[in-house]
Every structure is written in structure tokens, then in C-alpha cells.
Write a protein that binds this ligand. Structure first.
Ligand code: PLP
Length: 416
């Protein structure tokens, strides 16, 4: 037996000491705004560390001060989340968008440029294109499938070589499951990094994490999550997370303290409960997704299926990236029905077990129509180029019995 336990074995206990909570087996909800110091000297010492006025002494832990700075439900949750990505530090936020925007605000300043993959999650895309320009921060967008040389040329031609400060990517891209090569993107960051101005790489790993893809191992500096999705997993909580090295996370947590967008103790407690079944849920979801995709692949009313498990050697680079970067095919499937919006809507309106809703990663399977829902803000030209058209449906596969999912999909396809 190896000494190092797997994360799933530690999700019930890691970082929690029952003797500090009257022996309670579960971490209680520390619904408190502030914490009592044992002495004035202790309070002084806690603040010195919290505000970075001196480094921590050996074995010194940051004491509990005030729930905007730290709280046991958040700290234990953060410690548990680090295990999946083998990260040094984690910070949890009140939403995925809070995590993403805090990272952008911390690592970008007026005059800087952020390079993004496209399409990005709608909220991230809006923040980059509509909000950051108000602070004098520019953006550049690279397209899926562009090579390292092409992307470097794009930055150079835009005159942004010495302005680039952050690269933010999502892989696989939503909703088409096209992969971005994290290692290649890291080499682009290194190409533009200088001693005075490092270029950091942030990867939004919501679609695949924290089990099926570990961006930090492929060179990412920061990994971001909407914990609303697989981590929370029950469609009942909004939350976010960011993970990375001690040095970078000190900056992220520093800004979080002053933006005040940390998660609440109640959210921390809910997510700890979710983490206990994370591995079990995600295993079932990816197993179900493989079976649902196999069914869709053979169906006469389905024109095309966008699923990582469908990649073959004939797909070249995409196949190589999948094999290098992904530990599973994930739980997200998109497909084109034969026809257009009318046929796709007929399918969606005929589903009985699968719910018609956006979001993803929860225990219940969801279906939605990207072109008119999640991706309605993407301009039509780009949408067509990405093949996000009226005939596309996106599925988030849940934990139901797979034959029940398949028979629901089957009767809805028959209704077209
Ligand atoms: C949902 C989502 C977000 C935003 O997360 P919230 O928790 O809704 O703020 C960001 N990125 C991706 C890929 C998402 O799916």
C-alpha cells in the first residue's frame, strides 16, 4: 500500500480536528463574523501575519481574526481542494466569476494586455471585453487551433509584446469540446515573460476539474473553478475557487480580503459536504457520458457529436492533447440534430427526465441550446465559425442510471 492516500480518502477528514469542535465528527458551520483573541499580544501577532508585516514563524499558523480574512469552514475547504490539483494554496470565492475577476484585477494593471482563448465562458468574455477596457486594460483573442507561432505573431502584430501580462484560457472550450494545449500556451507565456514582467497563465478548469485535468501539472500558474459546477455538484450553491503557488495565492487572497468576495461559512460547509462524494459523482458522470455519446453516435437523427471520447488519431493534434492532458472524456456532450433550431427545440421540449436548464456538472442531467442561451452573446459570425448553430444541443450528464438517460434522449429524438 502506498503511504500517500488518494484525495477521495481524505475528503471526510483532512484538515479538521474534532477536539477543537466538541468532538463533532463533521466540521460545524462557524457562523460568526469575528473571533475572540486570547490576549492583546495574540491579536497583534495575528494581524502582523495577516497584513504581511512579517513572515510567519516556523510552525506558526495564521490565527482566526475576522470571517472576511479567514474562517474554519473556508480554510478546511481550501486545504481539501488543494489535494486534487496538488496545489500549494487555494482561495474560495462567492462565485466562479468572483475568482476569475479577482485574478484578472490582481495580475493586470492599466496599459496591460490579457490574451484569451475563444470562446470563453460568457461572464469571463464580458468582463474582458466590456469591463477591463474601462481600466485601460486591453485584450487579444486567439482562436482554437492556432499554433504557438501564429499566436506569438498575433501578439507581436498588435504591438502588445511588452504589455502582455496574463493569459487566460478555457479547455475544453464550451460547448464544442475543442481542446487548448496548456503546455503550448505556457510556452507562449514564457516567450513574452521578462525578469521585470512575468506573464502568468490562468486556466479555467471548470469543465474538467478537479478530477479529470490538472492544469498546474502542465505549466499553468493558476487554476480557476466555478465551484458551482462539479465541485458543488448539486445545483444548489454558487461558489468559486483559485489555486496556485504560495506566492501567487498570497496576492490573490490579499485582493480577496479587500474586495470582500470570499465565500460564506455556509457555502464552505456545503462544499465540504459536496467534496465527500466528488470522486464517486464524477466517475459515474463520465461513465454515463461515454454511454450516452455512444448512443448518440449511432442515432440516425444526430448529425454530429462533439465529445472528447470521439477523438481518434485522424484528429491529429486534438487527439494528442486529449491523451496528454485529460484523464477522462468528461461529462459534457454537444451534438447537432439533423435540421435546425426547430428540431433542436422539439428535442429539448420533449425531454422528460433531463431538465432544460443552463449550468453543468450537477447530479441531475441538463440540456440546453447554446446558440440561443449560453452563447447568445457570441457574435453570429464567430458562432458560425465555431459551429455553434441552431441545430446544436448541449448536455451535462448527471448520475442517473444511464439506460434511463438514453431512453429519455431516444424518445425525445423520436419526437422530432
Ligand atoms: C459557470 C462558469 C463560470 C462562472 O461561474 P459562477 O459560479 O456562475 O460565477 C466560469 N467559467 C465556466 C467555464 C463556467 O462554466
Amino acid at each position: 500500500m502506498s503511504n500517500k492516500m488518494r484525495p477521495e480518502s481524505l475528503m471526510m477528514s483532512y484538515g479538521y480536528k474534532p477536539e477543537l469542535s466538541e468532538g463533532a465528527i463533521k466540521c460545524p458551520i462557524f457562523q460568526t463574523s469575528t473571533f475572540v483573541f486570547r490576549s492583546a499580544e495574540e491579536g497583534k501577532a495575528f494581524f502582523e501575519v495577516a497584513y504581511g508585516h512579517r513572515p510567519k514563524n516556523e510552525n506558526e499558523e495564521l490565527g482566526l481574526i475576522y470571517s472576511r480574512i479567514n474562517n474554519p469552514d473556508l480554510e478546511i475547504l481550501e486545504n481539501r481542494l488543494t489535494l486534487w490539483d496538488e496545489a500549494e494554496e487555494c482561495a474560495v470565492f462567492e462565485s466562479g466569476m468572483a475568482a476569475i475577476t479577482t485574478v484578472m484585477l490582481e495580475f493586470l494593471k492599466p496599459g496591460d494586455c490579457v490574451l484569451i482563448s475563444s470562446p470563453l465562458y460568457g461572464g469571463s468574455d464580458h468582463f474582458v471585453r466590456k469591463v477591463l477596457p474601462k481600466y485601460g486594460i486591453n485584450s487579444l483573442t486567439f482562436k482554437l487551433g492556432q499554433t504557438k507561432e501564429e499566436i506569438i505573431e498575433l501578439v507581436n502584430n498588435a504591438g502588445m509584446a511588452d504589455k502582455l501580462a496574463l493569459i487566460h484560457i478555457e479547455t475544453p472550450a464550451n460547448p464544442t469540446n475543442v481542446l487548448v494545449d496548456i503546455e503550448m500556451t505556457k510556452r507562449i507565456a514564457e516567450h513574452f515573460s521578462t525578469e521585470e514582467k512575468p506573464v502568468y497563465l490562468a486556466v479555467d478548469n471548470t469543465y474538467m476539474g478537479p478530477l479529470w485535468q490538472h492544469p498546474l501539472k502542465h505549466g499553468a500558474d493558476l487554476v480557476l473553478y466555478s465551484a458551482t459546477k462539479y465541485i458543488g455538484g448539486h445545483s444548489d450553491v454558487i461558489a468559486g475557487a483559485c489555486l496556485g503557488s504560495k506566492a501567487l495565492m498570497a496576492r490573490v487572497k490579499g485582493l480577496r480580503t479587500f474586495l470582500g468576495n470570499m465565500a460564506s461559512p455556509n457555502t464552505g460547509w456545503l462544499l465540504m459536504r459536496s467534496l465527500e462524494t466528488l470522486k464517486a459523482r464524477m466517475d459515474i458522470q463520465s461513465g454515463n457520458a461515454n454511454k450516452v455519446a455512444a448512443f448518440l453516435n449511432e442515432h440516425p437523427k444526430v448529425e454530429k457529436v462533439y465529445f472528447l471520447g470521439n477523438l481518434t488519431e485522424a484528429d491529429g493534434a486534438q487527439f494528442d492533447i486529449r491523451n496528454r492532458q485529460c484523464l477522462s472524456n468528461g461529462g459534457m456532450i454537444s451534438f447537432d440534430v439533423i435540421g435546425g433550431e426547430k428540431e433542436a427545440f422539439k428535442f429539448l421540449n420533449s425531454l422528460k427526465l433531463i431538465k432544460l436548464a443552463v449550468s453543468l456538472g450537477g447530479t441531475e442531467s441538463l440540456a440546453e441550446h447554446p446558440a440561443t442561451m449560453t452563447h447568445v452573446d457570441v457574435d453570429v459570425e464567430l458562432r458560425n465559425e465555431l459551429k455553434v448553430t441552431g441545430k446544436m444541443v448541449r448536455l451535462s450528464v448527471g448520475v442517473e442510471y444511464y439506460e434511463d438517460l438514453i431512453s429519455d434522449i431516444s424518445q425525445a429524438l423520436d419526437s422530432i
